[in-house]
Design a protein around this ligand. Structure first.
Ligand code: ME8
Length: 651
């Protein structure tokens, strides 16, 4: 019997300009997309998540010239900054597209030619006010200033007059088809207020759009007329097609197009809700299902943007707090369509109150009691009383509501609901006071029921917060003795009673560190690491390469206990070790077989880097690395003597 294919969810972020390094605004869009992609996977969808960088155009050309670099050299450097940030934020994209990729360039030329052959692209002359910062011509109704110039209303930068031979896209012909399309698809633009904005713009009339430049060298050449380069927005929008294989892997392209959701900031709504569906109609492809224009993060009540110089470096938060508090804050603080003002006090309040107090303490207290009173395993329990039943039944209601809210992209509301439930579980614990029950041997079965109920609720909560805080959710999942990746489970199978009785639970380490406001402000005051200036001499050549304390702090070194050791088949040097790192069991592969016999290693304690990216070594996955001295090509491991707790941090 043929397997039923999964429904498709194709989600995209804007592709970001490489004229400067990423900031909180870029992180915001990408984190929303990641949370939705992760949710849809749990909900059983076949997900494709695309992000990337927009590398052509005058803006990038200018920024590169100012830094003494070629545009592609600048792009190569900035792309690394984006990819590093996405890794630091646990972004699970499927493909990172760069518009300088030959596949993309070829795809755009094919589409340009297709539209030209059809007569939707024609040659003419254009004269108009152009904003280099935003890469667009100003609308006719932007007023002239006293000096006879025009200022871009979006970025407040002076525009320049451009007159040139150009190719036009016949946008005017698509005004009516667009209006018909909007009428048939009222959810095409979200939130609904933005749909009205788009419809009235189109109703006011559309002029043909200049889509090539002769003054910009850094762009994709027009096929057959290379003195013209293709306008950066025509180039960029088509990444949504080339990123899933248009003109290269048509099977994949047909599988995922049309996109389910283009997530963007409201600043680029017109490009996505007017030009883009018109280009697609001209090319004979269906428009995407939805364009969601989210609000802006402001600082001091103005939009954070590179041109205004008021951006916040995401690492100022990731370094002291880790990735999940930032993900949580950005998604919890404002509903996706609204603007939000970033304040340090607001951030700290959420982290200390929602994460450290409400969720962190609940997990810590419950698991510590289960370890202390039941050696980590809850066996026989008293039958449920009505209040126990309520905690279980409320979870079923919560699960259904959270599903609908995530599904409707109302992530902030989903988190709000989850936290109401966390509050109820905390109240249930306070009222049932397991620490008092523990003093009375006759109440052990009751104690077991109360702690089981709390642990089962925590398990459910960890699943529900997973899309927003994947790493913390997985940690909690493992503390509860669950094996394997949480993401392998599905929303449909999630059940309160899925927590197996008798499962061994772990000693938790604090999930969310508390950070002092002063310390936080000091970190934030440090400027973002700049891009290297050209031809900087290597000052440390011949001297030791130092790393900073911050770089050292990134390494998570732990005391691990070897549970099992065996040879990796077909190799001389490699051993495969199963180790306990306190919070979970891991497998690592190490080149130590010439110094150690597997049976001599079992029971030993050693130091392991646990946050090293997993690697596959000779076909075997290694989830970390042990520390050893290498003498004459042989590894000597420093083992711990005495009673060192497994999972203790090595600093
Ligand atoms: O516009 N608050 O790239 P870009 C929230 N290359 N989101 C923000 C933000 C803020 N203060 N600042 C930026 C471009 N963003 C084009 C896109 S797509 C085919 C081409 C986010 O680097 C938001 O998603 O200027 C916004 O739309 C995007 O970054 C703009 O990034």
């Amino acid at each position: 019997m043929a397997r039923k294919s999964k429904p498709i969810f194709y989600i995209t972020t804007p592709i970001y300009y490489v004229n400067d390094v990423p900031h909180i605004g870029h992180a915001y869009t990408t984190i929303i997309a990641d949370a939705l992609a992760r949710f849809k996977k749990l909900a059983g969808y076949d997900v494709f998540f695309l992000t990337g960088t927009d590398e052509h155009g005058q803006k990038v050309e200018k920024a590169a010239a100012e830094k003494g670099l070629k545009p592609l050299e600048l792009a190569d450097k900035v792309v690394v900054r984006f990819k590093d940030l996405w890794e630091a934020l646990n972004i699970s994209y499927d493909y990172f597209i760069r518009t300088t990729e030959p596949n993309h360039e070829k795809g755009v030329q094919t589409l340009f030619k297709k539209l030209a052959d059809k007569g939707d692209i024609y040659k003419g002359t254009y004269k108009g006010w152009y904003c280099v910062s935003n890469e667009h011509f100003l609308a006719d109704d932007v007023p002239l200033e006293k000096e006879g110039t025009k200022i871009c209303p979006e970025c407040n930068i002076q525009a320049t007059i451009i007159e040139e031979a150009t190719y036009f896209f016949r946008l005017s012909a698509y005004a009516q088809p667009l209006l018909d399309f909007y009428a048939k698809n009222p959810n095409f633009v979200r939130p609904p207020s933005r749909m009205n904005e788009v419809v009235s713009f189109v109703r006011s009339g559309l002029k043909d759009l200049s889509i090539t430049r002769t003054t910009v060298k850094w762009g994709i050449p027009v096929p057959g007329d290379p003195v013209h380069t293709i306008y950066v927005w025509f180039d960029a929008l088509h990444n949504y097609l080339t990123g899933i294989g248009y003109d290269r892997n048509m099977v994949r392209f047909k599988k995922y197009w049309p996109a389910t959701l283009h997530l963007i900031g409201k600043d680029i709504l017109r490009f996505h809700a007017i030009f883009w569906p018109a280009f697609l109609m001209a090319a004979g492809f269906p428009p995407p299902e939805c364009v969601y224009g989210h609000g802006w993060w402001l600082k001091d009540n103005t939009k954070m943007s590179k041109s205004r110089g008021n951006v916040l470096d995401p690492y100022a938060i990731i370094k002291p707090f880790g990735q999940d508090p930032l993900r949580y804050f950005l998604l919890r603080e404002i509903p996706i369509g609204h603007d939000g003002n970033f304040s340090h006090e607001g951030f700290l309040h959420r982290v200390n109150s929602d994460l450290a107090n409400d969720l962190g303490n609940l997990v810590h207290r419950t698991l510590t009691m289960i370890r202390n009173y039941f050696q980590g395993k809850i066996g026989l329990r008293e039958n449920e009383t009505p209040e126990d039943e309520k905690i279980r039944e409320d979870f079923a209601g919560l699960k259904a509501r959270v599903f609908d809210l995530y599904n409707g992209y109302a992530v902030s509301r989903a988190l709000e609901e989850i936290w109401v439930y966390i509050g109820a579980v905390n109240k249930y614990l306070a009222e049932n006071a397991p620490w008092k029950l523990a003093k009375d041997a006759a109440k052990r079965a009751r104690l077991a029921r109360v702690l089981y109920q709390a642990a089962a609720a925590i398990r459910g909560v960890s699943f529900l917060v997973y899309p927003v805080m994947p790493a913390s959710a997985q940690k909690i999942w493992n503390y509860l003795g669950e094996r394997g990746a949480l993401e392998k489970h599905s929303f449909a199978e999630l059940d309160f009673n899925g927590l197996k009785p008798g499962q061994l639970m772990m000693e938790p380490t604090p999930l969310f560190p508390r950070v002092d406001l002063k310390e936080f402000l000091a970190e934030e005051a440090k400027p973002a690491a700049p891009l290297p200036t050209p031809a900087e001499p290597n000052k440390t050549e011949g001297i030791m390469d130092y790393i900073s304390f911050d770089e050292f702090k990134k390494m998570d070194l732990r005391v691990a206990h070897i549970l099992k050791a065996e040879k990796v088949e077909g190799t001389q040097k490699l051993l495969k070790l199963q180790i306990d790192i306190g919070t979970e069991q891991r497998q690592i592969v190490a080149g130590i077989a010439e110094t150690y016999k597997p049976e001599d290693l079992v029971g030993k304690k050693l130091v392991v880097i646990v946050n090293l990216k997993p690697a596959v070594i000779r076909g075997v996955e290694s989830q970390g690395m042990l520390l050893a001295a290498v003498i004459n090509d042989k590894a000597i491991i420093p083992f711990f003597e005495g009673d060192v707790p497994v999972g203790a941090q090595v600093k």
